[in-house]
Design a protein around this ligand. Sequence first.
Ligand code: HEM
Length: 519
Amino acid sequence: MLDLSIPIPNGKHQALLVSAATAVSAYYLFSFLGKEKKSGFKEIPIPGSSLPIFGHLFSLGESSMHTLEQWNKELGPVVQLKMGTQTWFVLSDPFLAHEIFASNGLIASERPLYTFHNLFSHGGLGIAFSNPTKRWKKARTSVLEMLAPSRVMDFSDILHFESDHMVKQLLTTTAKEGQFNPLMVLNAASLNVVTTIVFAQRVDSVDDPLFKEVMEFLRPSNEYLGVEGPITQYFPALGFMDTLLGTKRFFRNYLATIRDPLIDKLIKHGAESGKDCLIKNFLEYDIDPKDLIVMMSDLILAGTDTAAITVSWFVLLVSSRPDIQQKLRAEIDAFYNTHHRLPTFKERDELPYMISAQKESMRYRASTVYGLPHMLKEDLVVRNYSFPKGAIFIPNLRGMHMNPDFYTDPETFNPERFLHDPRTMTASANGNINNRDHFNFGFGRRMCPGIHMAEVQVFNACVRIFARCVVAPPLDADGNEVPIDSSISLQAGIVHLPGDHEIRFLPRTDSPLNESVSA
Ligand code: HEM
């Protein structure tokens, strides 16, 4: 294990921080990450678009992502970083991560509760940013029960409806605008799945005021709560900067005026609605109202962007690959011609290429690079590594997905990679680590409880997109197709999305569903 200790800032850097008030941020921190330690520093360029704004940075993580991936490649599967007063261990070995998080889950499942996580979770309530206490277990169990495969099956009509609606929007927006970034349409669809199931409420389009309200809630949380959150969480001595720059006040105010009222409104809507929805079940659990707000906001935060970005990466990756799209369409059409309807998730075995391509897309471009950090409750020795109590583990999911000891030729996008493994992602994630497909959903006791719902959502979305559309790259001014560069991405806090791009969804002329498209 190599120790890449990053020193607490010296006087010069401190002065720089204080004088450049608006520049205090992860920018500073990650410019350390962009330098190779040992003798002297090697600068690694940081994308010019990255500007530090009020203590956090939207896109700088892109640089840290490549730096950490490189360090893991050069230095081994565990890189130790001294982040001010904290010790981080960045892990890129899936076997080691499994040993730590799954085999030693009882002591490796805490969350580091930083300033903004603490504010977001109202002092450790909810699920995602709370420690594994009895209360957390009860809250997590309630979510696991409600998102269990049998329950998700009950929501099939909702899931199919939202996928169909989304495809219509993708087609009509292309017809109107020529080409566009589909992320918001995809976001509205994944939001609708969560809000319809939980609160019996949905938005009809990205112009719906409720959608805008939800986006206003999601953005700051995603940015502040990602691994590259504000610098003050690594240097408690700089805590005063949160006050000085107003970041704490901003975040408190944002929670009090945007997040909490929005979630409260959704809860009331669901509770009073005449329709079946999960909030009624949650209310039966006798959960403290503040806790309920945090739990529900965890679900929206965790379940909206992640699923939408997953679909966004998939369509981007195949947009310049007619050969792959042809195979996807052939499977769907064959199913349709036999059954006269589109396949449900239960019938996925008839679409092995689709399953494999989805898994590969999630491996090749995951919607989160680091997932969420875990913290160690007690000292732990695994193999010949010794991890101290309080150590923070950063699962480098991208590093794992590009690890040549786990995947053959990992840098190649190979949709056929998982043809031999049609298991659901839930089965794979809970099975033998040697055969796990990918690591998008994290590990052990903190593994994503929405894994099944996410997989069903992504499956439905992709089936319906390729049943009705040809996905095409954008055109330049001369009308020539310009392939989208999938190496350009944006590390936007918790999530990792494709760089800004445009794409086209063209109606298929050869689809057996053509009549329903024009209907
Ligand atoms: C493709 C979509 C999704 C991806 C890639 C994803 C990924 C993740 C990851 C990496 C974690 C952290 C795991 C860890 O700490 O080891 C997580 C946690 C979580 N996810 Fe998901 N997720 C997705 C969809 C969903 C959905 C649809 C929901 C629910 C509606 C959801 C709810 C949660 C919750 C509540 C947690 C916190 C669990 C805990 O801390 O105990 N996620 N997710």
